[in-house]
Design a protein around this ligand. Structure first.
Ligand code: SF4
Length: 420
């Protein structure tokens, strides 16, 4: 039998809740073994509750999918708690929660004096301190406001990087060297490009070597890059044969001022089509990307993606006629390099929403709307009215989040919900 002190504490917290309906009391009751709710289920409920919200809300809104026994226990607890009112006595509490009959005897023990809860701080608005914005900071904000808060307002955890991020940096560096030496890839043989790129990859991975956790990790990532490089050169040679182009530059600074908000970034590669004079803006992707041109365009339309729209407007402001935006996938060494390529068109074209094609179009009006939304987000971030940074409801966003340990309100992945 559990110590009567614990039971006494439960009754005291229940009486306190009956009088004041405070969520802290509800939480304390839920955590108690006398709640009838298992520890795992109680934890899931507390995680599902919004900050400052009573766990009752999380139960009644059924935010957590439980096994049947846990669900029944949680609902019974919620019913008992919700039925309390200020007139209720210890006897009511004992009956409501079906507590052991020995409960009144426990009253002989010295009462536990619960400390008064700390007065919550008054919420005040916060605002971005940064003088410059970047497309990736806006992407973070729309993906998860809480993550943006951790990264850009608190700088809460130092992101030390990972093998995947060092792979990306080393590969970008090797490609910059390649295109610096061969700005017109059509004028050299594919074999030369391949040999040179492999040499640049070797030297880039030597430079980034100490960043990798182990020499083996570095070697594995280098070999992955070498395999991907062969596919990259194949694509490059094909592209140069079908439409000659000149690489204007790599890692080019992109700066743009929109309604007083300054944006800054770096463009991986900018090409000039020698036949049409149009400019293609290219972003290398060493992580996951959209699988089709339509999917990427829909992300732009849904204001979930600002990278290429920002580059478009930055290069347009510099006087370029940007005719194409492209994402070049460099993640998977086993797949041919097949960029997601969007031709910029004056008016939207009808493209099948489910098209899996990697080429498609994006209209100037889509890019204008993205630009307008960028300014709106900057206003939100700087007007000092933001006093809450909601967590995402997409658990996939949490998978590699550096702040996951600190983030007790993160969504539970669907597979975990069913595993409970
Ligand atoms: S763990 Fe998930 S919810 Fe929390 S900050 Fe990261 S992405 Fe957002």
């Amino acid at each position: 039998m559990r110590p009567s002190g614990e039971l006494r504490a439960f009754i005291s917290a229940a009486l306190s809740y009956a009088r004041q309906q405070r969520s802290q009391d509800a939480e304390r009751l839920l955590r108690s073994p006398y709640s009838g709710v298992s520890q795992a289920a109680a934890l899931a409920i507390l995680r599902a509750a919004e900050p400052g919200e009573s766990p009752l809300a999380a139960i009644s809104k059924e935010r957590v999918a439980f096994p049947a026994a846990d669900r029944t226990a949680a609902l019974a607890f919620a019913r008992a708690l919700g039925g309390l009112d200020p007139s209720h006595t210890e006897q009511h509490i004992v009956r409501a929660f079906n507590l052991p009959e020995a409960a009144p005897a426990a009253a002989e023990e010295p009462p536990i004096n619960l400390q008064a809860a700390a007065v919550p701080e008054v919420a005040v608005g916060l605002h971005a301190r940064k003088e410059h914005f970047s497309a990736s900071s806006l992407n973070t904000y729309v993906e998860c406001r809480r993550k943006w808060f951790y990264r850009y307002l608190c700088a809460a955890v130092e992101d030390k990087g990972s093998a995947a991020s060092y792979y990306g940096s080393a590969f970008h560096s090797a490609l910059e060297e390649l295109h610096g030496e061969f700005p017109r890839p059509g004028e050299v043989s594919a074999q030369t490009l391949r040999t040179k790129l492999q040499a640049f990859i070797n030297s880039a991975f030597d430079r980034y070597g100490p960043s990798f956790e182990t020499p083996i990790e570095r070697e594995l990532q280098k070999r992955r890059a070498q395999r991907t490089a062969i596919r990259y050169v194949n694509w490059l040679a094909e592209q140069a044969a079908s439409a000659p182009f000149t690489v204007i530059g790599c890692e080019l600074p992109a700066e743009l001022t929109l309604e007083g908000f300054e944006f800054i970034g770096y463009i991986d590669r900018v090409d000039l089509d020698e036949t049409t004079g149009g400019v293609t803006v290219i972003d290398y992707k060493t992580g996951a990307i959209a699988r089709s041109a339509v999917e990427y365009r829909e992300k732009v339309r849904a204001f979930k993606e600002f990278q290429l729209p920002f580059y478009y407007w930055a290069r347009t402001a510099q006087g370029d006629r940007v005719s194409r935006l492209a994402l070049v996938p460099l993640k998977d060494a086993s797949l041919d390099v097949a960029p997601i390529s969007l031709e910029v068109v004056p008016v939207p074209r009808n493209e099948a929403e489910r098209s899996q094609a990697t080429t498609g179009t994006i209209s100037i009006s889509d890019l204008e709307r993205a630009r307008t939304r960028m300014v709106e987000i900057c206003r939100e971030l700087t007007d000092g009215l933001l006093d809450h940074f909601a967590v995402t409801d997409d658990a996939a966003a949490c998978q590699y989040c550096a702040y996951a340990l600190a983030c007790n309100a993160r969504p539970i992945p669907p597979e975990m919900r069913f595993a409970r």
